[in-house]
Design a protein around this ligand. Structure first.
Ligand code: CO8
Length: 263
């Protein structure tokens, strides 16, 4: 692959969008390679992902403006669908994905970060949806996910004004969970991912599914989704080991409820 690198460290996979000469802007090839990378991840040996951008300046500075500049209406829709399909694959990926936002997260960059479960960023991160300044709407889910994450009022303000916000403001409005000095960002992302990976993997996946599926329906349906996924955990070895360790009062084992992938 030319623009995506994938590294596995223990149970954690790190996907890096690696096109620093264009501030990691998303062209069709980057989207295709990201799609292939997600398809190739071994879910038996991977329990959490980190998504980041290469270099110190930018996470992703948006969709590729050069590629978009000559699109027709039909091509614009097709490009939007291409991005949306990959971002939806990321969003519904069975395991948690942490966006480690290391600089510009503009347009498609903000949008891809919002397709991840959790966002943390460096102090130099800048978020924004500048599309209306370019004569377009956000087209990779920004009108939908930003409103769901920070509320319709704040999302509308950001999108209508096309004003970028810095890391501290992104933290204040709940767009990111934490802000770190740039040099610490990946270490913190890996620490969080390892913490997730140390928990019972089927239970973690079921939590992701329960939260995401539950948010799409009303509370009566949502709690039924939770009940089903909760019940499924009782077929896992993790549940037996985890609760067994607690009941045996074995402190050492109690701290590492983990062991099995299987049901
Ligand atoms: N697309 C293509 N190339 C880009 C992009 C981009 N989004 N962003 C930066 N680059 C390139 C520059 O052209 C430049 O290339 P070169 O060196 O060959 O001239 C290189 O990256 C470095 O950029 P700058 O020289 O501009 O760096 P600065 O530090 O001066 O500025 C900025 C950094 C502020 C990030 C600036 O590059 C910028 O404003 N970039 C564009 C940001 C933007 O508007 N992003 C949103 C794009 S629209 C979008 O994402 C819509 C998503 C939905 C699409 C749906 C399709 C239907």
């Amino acid at each position: 692959m030319e623009f995506i690198t994938y590294e596995q460290e223990g149970f954690v996979g790190v996907i890096t969008i690696n096109r620093p000469q264009a501030l990691n802007a998303l062209n069709s090839q980057v989207l295709d390679e990201l799609n292939e990378t997600l398809d190739s991840i071994n879910l038996d040996t991977t329990r959490a992902l980190i998504l980041t951008g290469a270099g110190e300046k930018s996470f992703v500075a948006g969709a590729d403006i050069g590629e978009m500049s000559t699109l027709t209406k039909a091509e614009g829709e097709a490009f939007g669908k291409k991005g949306n399909d990959v971002f939806r694959k990321l969003e519904t990926f069975p395991i948690p994905v942490i966006a480690a936002v290391n600089g510009f997260a503009l347009g498609g960059g903000c949008e891809i970060s919002m397709s991840c479960d959790i966002r943390i960023c460096s102090e130099n991160a800048i978020f924004g949806q500048p599309e209306v300044g370019l004569g377009i709407t956000p087209g990779f889910g920004g009108t939908q996910r930003l409103a769901r994450l920070v509320g319709a009022g704040m999302a509308k303000q950001m999108i209508y004004t096309a004003r970028n916000i810095k890391a501290d403001e992104a933290y204040r409005i709940g767009l990111v969970n934490a802000v770190y000095p740039a040099a610490e960002l990946m270490e913190q992302a890996k620490k969080m991912a390892a913490g997730i990976a140390a928990n019972a993997p089927i239970a973690v996946r079921n939590c992701k599914k329960a939260i995401d599926d539950g948010l799409q329906v009303d509370m009566d349906e949502a709690i039924v989704i939770e009940e089903k996924l909760f019940g499924d955990c009782f077929e896992t070895e993790d549940q037996k080991a985890g609760m067994g360790n607690f009941l045996e009062k074995d402190k050492e084992k109690k701290l590492k409820v983990v062991p099995f992938q299987n049901k």
